[in-house]
Design a protein around this ligand. Structure first.
Ligand code: NAD
Length: 277
């Protein structure tokens, strides 16, 4: 999708981090916005800042894990904006937990948002995109959708699933002769609130939530604004995959060179440097 001016972009999880940065960057480029999140205060701050750039912005408090709510929102967005051209399934959460001890409740919470949220957003808006002459779907996976890591197993399960879902979807849409692109995004560490709001399984980490968040923030190198710019570049050239950050490119290369042996390196790194109990 080359042209963004006067297009309508939908972004989930737009109250913070990458979602907010995408909203601001797209508004600067002249795209109108339909934004959702559970955090109404954060969403309102994004709305004010984006609307200040002269585009039409609507917001809704929607839980992406709730299928009916997302489908209802899609109808509402089509009524309010008259069209949808770009859908960015971005909302996501973190969970630090071992697969031996993780509570089913927490695992289902994460899958509901990080995997099913992507499916709901795709299915709800796809019929609208099909009615436009051009459309694009962006699904935010992670570099942890390419390599796995200890204490990230539930997140890995969701993000690997997002990658498989997005790659198959891209092929199916092409086979059906539809001009709807699909980009799967794999960011490395991005400075956002994700570690602050992550759930932590008691007994699995050798440090508390605050220390974990600081640990994450020190390791994350890329800003959310930089990440948003990379994603939009990928949309413009209809890239199937966007890797964001030097760390993501290194980890991707490691996985290609040593598709399973990379686990030895990650395991050793986790043992020596991570706050694993
Ligand atoms: N920050 C990173 O290092 C990083 C790396 C790779 C991938 N990602 C992915 O990027 C995406 C955005 O995360 P971020 O880093 O900007 O985090 P963030 O916490 O700053 O923003 C995530 C947003 O999603 C919202 N959200 C959470 N649950 C929701 C729900 N059920 N319904 C609607 N909205 C909900 C939150 O309220 C928040 O505003 C996520 O999918 C995340 O997994 C982040």
């Amino acid at each position: 999708m080359k042209k963004l001016r006067d297009r309508v972009a939908v972004i989930t999880g737009a109250a913070s981090g990458i979602g907010r940065a995408l909203a601001l960057e797209l508004a600067t480029k002249g795209a109108h916005l339909a934004l959702c999140d559970l955090d109404e205060e954060g969403l309102e701050r994004t709305r004010e800042r984006a609307a200040g750039r002269g585009v039409r912005v609507t917001t809704a408090r929607i839980d992406v894990a709730n299928r009916e709510a997302v489908h209802g929102w899609a109808e509402q967005v089509e009524q309010e904006h008259g069209a949808v051209h770009l859908v960015i399934n971005n909302a996501g959460v973190g969970l630090a937990a071992s697969l031996r001890r993780v509570r089913y409740e927490d695992f289902e919470w994460l899958m509901g948002i990080n995997f099913w949220g992507v499916v709901h957003g795709t299915r709800a808006f796809l019929p609208i995109l099909e009615r436009q002459d051009e459309g694009h779907i962006v699904n935010i996976s992670s570099i942890f959708g390419i390599i796995a890591a200890p204490l990230n197993g539930t997140y890995n399960a969701a993000k690997f699933a997002v990658r498989g879902y997005s790659e198959a979807l891209r092929m199916e849409l092409q086979l059906d002769g539809l001009s709807i692109g699909v980009t799967c995004v794999h960011p490395g560490g991005i400075k956002t609130n994700i570690a602050r709001t992550a759930r932590v399984q008691e007994g699995d980490l050798a440090m508390g939530q605050d220390d974990m968040a600081q640990f994450f923030e020190a390791a994350a190198r890329t800003t959310s604004a930089g990440c948003a710019r990379q994603i939009i570049k990928g949309v413009r050239r209809n890239a199937p995959r966007v890797l964001v950050g030097f760390d993501a490119r290194v980890m991707d290369a490691m996985q290609r060179l040593a598709p399973t042996a990379y686990q030895r390196i990650v395991r050793r790194f986790a043992r020596d440097h991570w706050p694993v109990r």
